[in-house]
Design a protein around this ligand. Sequence first.
Ligand code: ADP
Ligand code: MG
Ligand code: ZN
Length: 481
Amino acid sequence: MKYIPTIGLEIHCELSTRSKIFCDCPVSFGGEPNTRCCPVCTGMPGTLPVLNKKAVEYIVKAGLALNCEINEFSKLDRKNYFYPDLPKAYQISQFDLPICKNGGLTINTPEGEKFIRIERIHLEEDAGKLLHDSFDRYSLADYNRCGVPLIEIVTKPDLSSSEEAREFVEKVRLMLLYSGVSDCRMEEGSMRADVNVSIRPVGTDELGTRTEMKNINSIRGIARSIDAEIQRQTELLEEGIRITQETRRWDDNKGESKTMRSKEDAHDYRYFPEPDVVPISFKTEDIEALRQSLPELPNKRFEKYTALFGLSEADTNLLLSSVSLSNFFETTAQECANPKAAANFIIVEVLRRLNDTGLSAEDIPFGGNVLGRLIKMVENEEITAANAKKVLAEMFETVKEPEAIVAEKGYKIINDTGEVEATVKEILANNEKAVAEYLEGKEKTFGFLMGQCSRALAGRGNPKIVQDVLRSQLNKLKEGK
Ligand code: ADP
Ligand code: MG
Ligand code: ZN
């Protein structure tokens, strides 16, 4: 490779507040066009914005989750630009005093761990949506999204490949999901990224000229746009053509980007302090209270699942991929003795069930503590693992308590050696051929006989006892032979 790529991301996430950032319109996704707006968020003259306190709390939580410092004093600024998605002709954003600064996250790369610095996270309002394609000669504007609170996370140019960018965005997404500040639904546009890319020749230090691709709304799109842009810039430099600093539009269907406009500079926006919103100042104890209110974050849980519970990284990531699933696992694990057994049961049995029915972890009709009680019954040898699966199926169907299902179906385990012996004798008598094969040295037949015995005991025989009894009876036959 002759060039080193450099990537910086600006990630926008809508905050999960109930109302918009400066008015009480609802923020929920969808809705008939222009039904979720009011004079404030459509910028009518004479209206005044009132800052949503929850939005401020959420950005602080996001900042803390992403290891940022919180500025004690912060203010909002006007960013002026004229475009029909923004009826006020300015966006209220933050310029020189963002709420959060100097954070970052560690990602895993093939070369080892790497810390990606976050320069700042600031608060701003979202713009409306323009529909260009429905009519030939004019566009339509939907202002439902206007005024939805957003955070913008700006990284330092620390990423060097599309894989690193993908890993970083996935980590940020998980942190925000666990913090409960954004639902990060990329397909609904509540999380999207601007991608800045440059390349420089190996052996040089100065960063090359960058281009920016705006509003990419899938992780796959982010990765593909980076690879395509590295490729495009490499070809230009190879031909001796200089890169121009510009904003490009990424077309995810075509897998290519096109020039959109030359890059604007900060002074083009004529930023100035927003006169209609009071500045924000924090007390240390307010910030500490928000820090305390954060749940255990996925990086902490990752350590716990792998180092303490002994789960594989793949299983850990699977459990962590959904907040509900991870919370469900945590409550299950609290109830029983062996967290690893609980994890396996959830991954194999519960997830299979969810996959088959198209449900997600939020839809599990019982709590993790209830599943924990079922697993504990297996741990305490009150029921067999095979019957636990049947109980689980019924828990999904009927929402009955596992203890009730076990009693009703007579799933209580058989630990009585005498009862097992009688059954085993019968099975051996009825399977002369298999027994003969076993006695001739075919060890494989043992499994077959084991299965016969378990079936005859209706899955209730304690497998350890069945195995012991079967083994000793076969040994007796062997000696008798
Ligand atoms: P602007 O606000 O004008 O887009 P910033 O300087 O705030 O510009 O940078 C925006 C993003 O571009 C940041 O994520 C930053 O890391 C990234 N960036 C800056 N310089 C480069 C570069 N030479 N190559 C790649 N990314 C860059
Ligand atoms: Mg930018
Ligand atoms: Zn409104």
